[in-house]
Structure formats: structure tokens, C-alpha cells
Design a binder for this molecule. Structure first.
Ligand code: PMV
Length: 335
């Protein structure tokens, strides 16, 4: 029998970065991270669970078949949580570039965990119910994490925190908390990144002499960022976010062989933003495992930021506000 669900999730952009894993579980973070979920970018995921089939799972993202190996820990955990067997057929779609350093894995894996859990719990219970069983967000977060660490945060809307060693992330403020807060996303290049965050993270852990210093320093930055969000203090948040991404990259530059994601346009954006700040504009960049620039700013400063960076963008500049957590609908049941 087939059980279907569709979910929508939005990427989780870290202001204080998750970089480095702890031993003892899949994607357990070595450091706390603090993030915001971005409303204007989205991943949708359609899942069909066929309980009568034992063929391998099939995962297609933006019409491209994916290596099932990256998805199996997540899908196996879903089957185990619901006590069902069967084969998943997954069709995911991202409204923005995939695997390009725009956190598509966070929203993609959050959407997958939510839809797969919806379908699996649907299968595990009797068929004659009007409402599909609600799945607890903490369960979705724990299982999404098995696909991609940052997905644990994308399950929740608004501002989130994921503590070192924690199985799940948690929400610290909802998406209505800071209405003027904006993230301007400047994709400086299209196309996939040369090395996955998974590989880069592991390499820096094994080879960077600065890794231990990064681990020691990160908790303080997470606390400062959480406080700044609580006080809606953009300057404090922006300065802290800048320290976090630059310290993260210091571990990558010092790995062996070094991990280098930056492009000339990334550095040019950093320099132009420093000049903007000197001119009194409140705008601080952050970067992830890729060359793209994301600017933490306020609604009123968005035009100045776009004006300064637009020509560096290889595609549309996207203006994002804090967005909702993952949602899921299973047809045949009331939403
Ligand atoms: O979730 P992953 O395994 O793709 O790692 C994400 C790592 C960063 O994007 C660089 C930082 C973060 O906290 O999202």
C-alpha cells in the first residue's frame, strides 16, 4: 500500500557556525550554533512509501538521481521510528541553487525527514483516520540531523540554537520576533561547490592545528549571538557572526590540504561591506561552505546593500526574512 506526504522547509542560515562533529553519533555537533530560517528560499519534498516493496529507496532532487547512501541513515531511522518497512520514493525540489553553499541540504533534509515521517506514521496506524498523526518537531529534528546537521535547525522556524552534542535543535524565538531583520543573499557563482561540507569539516577536524581553539571559542560566540537576537541588537549580532565565519574559515585555510571556497567576488563583497559600515550602514556578511555572501542587515539598509553588491551577483540577489519551520501535508487527511 502507498502512503504519500508533501512537505515544505526553508534553509537554516547559521549566524554562529556548526563546524566539526563529536564522536558518538551521526552529525553530533562539536560546537553550539545559532541560526535563522529563511522564508524566501524553499525546498519541497514529495514522499511515497510503498509498504509492499523491498526495492532500494529512490531519491531524485531537481530531476537528478541522488546517491542513496547519503539518505539511508535518515530513511532507516524513519522506518525504525514508525516500525514500518517498505521503500521510499522521494522527489525533492529546491527553489534556489542546490549544493552551492546556500544551505539547500538543511531545508532539503528537514523536508525529507518531515514528509517521510508523515508517510511512515500514516502507514503504521489504521487507515481510517481523518487526520494524519502529528509528528513531534523534536523527532523530526533528531532524524533530519542524520541527513545533514544543519537540517536539525531548519525544522524550526525563526531563530534557532543547536547545542554541542545535542540530538536536536530548538527554537529560541519565532519568525515574528524581529520583523525588520533581513538577510540579503548574494550568489556570486552558480554551480556546485568543489568539496562537500561533510568532507571539508572532517578534514579540518583531523588536520587543522587551529581546530581545538575553534572548539574552545565557539560557545562564547553562540551565547553572545543568542543574547543579541534577544535584544534585537543588529550590530552585536553582525559583529559576532563575522567573527564566527572568519574563525571557521581559519580552520579550513589551515587544514592539510587547505580548503578554499572563497572567490575574488567573495573578497570584493567583504571589502565593499567594510566600506559600507564605515559609511554608517548596518550590514555584516557571513559565509558557509561555499563562496556565496549572505548579509545580515535591516529592512531599511537593504537598498544600500543591494546597490553595493548587485554587480557581484551571478543570478538574482535574494532578500530574505525570518521564516517558518517545516510543514507537512498528507493527502487524504485533513492538513
Ligand atoms: O549541515 P551541513 O553538514 O551541510 O553543515 C553545515 C555547515 C555550515 O553551513 C558551514 C555551517 C552551519 O552551521 O550551517
Amino acid at each position: 500500500m502507498e502512503h504519500r506526504c508533501r512537505s515544505v522547509a526553508h534553509p537554516s542560515l547559521a549566524v554562529v557556525k556548526y563546524w566539526g562533529k563529536r564522536d558518538g553519533g551521526i552529525n553530533l555537533p562539536a560546537v553550539p550554533s545559532v541560526a535563522v530560517t529563511l522564508a524566501e528560499l524553499q525546498s519541497t519534498c514529495d514522499v511515497v512509501l510503498d509498504t509492499g516493496s523491498s526495492r532500494p529507496d529512490r531519491i531524485v532532487v531537481n530531476d537528478e538521481d541522488q546517491e542513496p547512501v547519503h539518505f539511508e541513515p535518515l530513511l532507516d531511522a524513519v522506518r525504525a521510528a514508525a516500525g514500518v518497512s517498505g521503500r521510499f520514493a522521494v522527489h525533492g525540489h529546491n527553489s534556489f541553487p542546490t549544493a552551492a553553499g546556500l544551505a539547500s541540504s538543511s531545508s532539503g533534509m528537514a523536508a525529507l525527514a518531515a514528509a517521510a515521517l508523515g508517510a511512515a506514521f500514516d502507514a503504521s496506524l489504521s487507515a481510517d483516520r481523518a487526520v494524519s498523526p502529528p509528528v513531534d518537531r523534536a523527532v523530526i529534528s533528531r532524524i533530519a540531523r542524520l541527513g545533514s546537521g544543519s537540517a536539525a535547525r531548519a525544522v524550526y522556524g525563526g531563530f534557532t540554537r543547536w547545542d554541542a552534542g545535542a540530538e536536536t535543535a530548538r527554537r529560541i524565538h519565532d519568525e515574528a520576533w524581529w520583523p525588520e531583520f533581513r538577510v540579503v543573499v548574494v550568489p556570486v557563482v552558480r554551480g556546485k561547490k568543489p568539496i562537500s561540507s561533510r568532507t571539508a569539516m572532517e578534514r579540518t577536524r583531523r588536520t587543522s592545528p587551529y581546530y581545538d581553539a575553534w572548539i574552545a571559542d565557539a560557545p562564547l560566540l553562540a551565547d553572545v549571538a543568542e543574547n543579541a537576537i534577544g535584544n534585537r541588537d543588529l550590530r552585536r549580532l553582525g559583529e559576532t557572526a563575522r567573527l564566527s565565519y572568519l574563525r571557521m574559515f581559519a580552520t579550513m585555510f589551515s587544514a592539510d590540504p587547505p580548503v578554499q571556497y572563497w572567490l575574488p567576488a567573495s573578497v570584493e563583497a567583504q571589502i565593499r561591506l567594510a566600506a559600507l559600515r564605515n559609511g554608517g550602514v548596518a550590514a555584516w556578511e557571513t559565509m558557509d561552505a561555499g563562496p556565496q555572501i549572505k548579509v545580515l542587515t535591516s529592512q531599511e539598509a537593504v537598498p544600500a546593500v543591494i546597490d553595493a553588491l548587485q554587480d557581484l551577483s551571478d543570478g538574482n540577489v535574494l532578500v530574505c526574512s525570518p521564516g517558518p519551520g517545516v510543514s507537512v501535508e498528507c493527502p487524504g487527511h485533513a492538513p
